[in-house]
Design a protein around this ligand. Structure first.
Ligand code: COA
Length: 169
């Protein structure tokens, strides 16, 4: 499977069929669902189907979802994605890190790398991140990587903060 980008501690790579259990552990955790209750993957079967969709999209679409892997242990601890969102009419970044690994700086670290990949390797003009206004961890990780607060508004029914970063030509 291909590596998308990497940081000092993390590899961002394409998902593999063997990642189903790791994805399930992330997607089914109630602390993740609290802030992202939509598009839920509640069973191993749904996770397997989703991974197959990711895999079939890798050849076709430059925007997709990828596994976040700790280099030292080879564990899959999260999922990150660049997707086109019709709601914001642009490219959005989204990240989920398993709660066992929160507050270690992983989201801040990987967001910087994935945003740079999107802006400078894929040539995207602007990347947006949307988060629930009560999601302190997400807001901090977006500020840490240098995204700017653009506005507040509703997104999937929740009061949300919209952050973005543009490419420097
Ligand atoms: C948001 C999320 C990705 C952050 O992951 P993370 O790896 O813990 O983030 P970081 O370690 O880079 O943390 C950034 C900052 O937020 C803080 N933080 C992390 N989790 C936090 C929490 N639950 N509550 C308060 N602060 C938190 C960290 O301590 C750190 O603070 P610092 O900059 O003062 O050191 C993770 O909490 C998550 O997966 N949440 C559920 C899904 C989600 O909300 N995704 C974001 C949608 S945009």
């Amino acid at each position: 499977m291909n590596i998308i980008t990497e940081t000092d501690r993390l590899i961002i790579r394409e998902f593999d069929e063997d990642d189903v259990l790791s994805l399930y552990k992330i997607e089914s955790d109630h602390r993740i669902i609290k802030y992202i209750p939509w598009n839920r993957l509640s069973t191993m079967k749904e996770c397997k189907r989703q991974i197959n969709k990711y895999i079939s999209g890798y050849q076709r679409d430059m925007l997709n979802s990828w596994a976040v892997v700790v280099k030292e242990t080879n564990e899959v601890i999260g999922i990150t994605q660049l997707i086109y969102s019709s709601k914001i009419r642009g490219v959005e970044i989204g990240t989920k890190i398993h709660p066992d690994y929160w507050s270690k700086g992983y989201a801040s670290e990987l967001t910087r790398a994935v945003v740079n990949y999107g802006l400078y390797e894929l040539g995207i003009d602007e990347i947006t991140a949307v988060t629930d206004v009560n999601n302190a961890g997400a807001i901090k990780s977006l500020i840490n990587m240098g995204m700017s607060l653009k506005k507040y508004g509703y997104y999937n029914g929740a009061e949300s903060a919209f952050f973005s970063v543009k490419r420097n030509n």
